[in-house]
Design a protein around this ligand. Sequence first.
Ligand code: ADP
Ligand code: NA
Length: 334
Amino acid sequence: PGGGRVFSGIQPTGVPHLGNYLGALENWVALQSQYPSVLYSIVDLHSITQPQDPAQLRSNILDMAASLLACGIDPKRAILFQQSQVSEHAELSWILGCLTSMPRLRHLPQWKIVGAVITMKSKQKNEGSVGLYTYPVLQAADILLYKSTHVPVGEDQVQHLELAQDLARIFNNRYGDLFPEPGALLSSTRKVKSLRDPSAKMSKSDPHVMATISITDSPDDIALKIRRAVTDFTSEVTFDPEKRPGVSNLVTIHAAVAKIGAEEAVSQARGLDTGAYKKLVTEAVIQRLTPIREEIERLRSDRAHLEAVLTRGTLRARELAAPVLNEVRRRVGF
Ligand code: ADP
Ligand code: NA
């Protein structure tokens, strides 16, 4: 591309799973060498839309920093920082919120999801927070604060990015051109499915421990989870996500970790029944995750280093954010 600035964020909710890695983080790593300016934020302000234990949150932030570094985020090529330490995010979010109409906000998909959460939680007299309704405005602020041009997103986030685009336009119309309209980088359509229920995606919120492979899982855990993965009654390995979601999920995972196409993965499975193929997939996953797991373990024992990386990233992010926010403030009339 030549120019442009990439921004993306990830919530500090513990160590990422294989779906996060293959569906998002691997692409984050690649973008570092494709764009001259790249920012990745551990978005702790977003994480408190739901209740968090403070000590746990602090440790999750460092775990996420360790995970991102171990996956290949390079602080020399990307600004890696903690969102809450750059207070400009919260301030711009307020200003953008004042440019957002309620009907526009209600247009967003999470109202339905939030509706479900409220239905669930209201039984415990614990309704969803206001932050849970308005966090897409904070996402818009995260992106626009750096005048970002490219935002890697999953399909589920496209409508949120559209709000950021609308808010850039609304601001520019009212106060004069300032923000570029950020475009979506649809990172990959690769979806890793739950090992227990291949009709659902692999997700950290899945309560079934066997459904999700964490990038810090031991080789034994990985082997056990893949051995127990749901397949079907055909022993031959084929790739047919519609009719054979379980086996196809293993092919997807195998292809992704071995960096080969699905066809090549299937051809490597020729002559193997699904049981034997699971061993091959297990080996490929272990080979891919072992260096990452070891690096996370190493980094976790060097808390001072992790904190230093985040502090440096925060300073660099502030350097970019402060002049933009100052200009916003001036235009608004503050
Ligand atoms: P989760 O669904 O586990 O809560 P998040 O919603 O926090 O994960 O997603 C973080 C990033 O990882 C997003 O970019 C999302 O698109 C990607 N991602 C999450 N789950 C998967 C999956 N099963 N397969 C591929 N990508 C995924
Ligand atoms: Na999620």
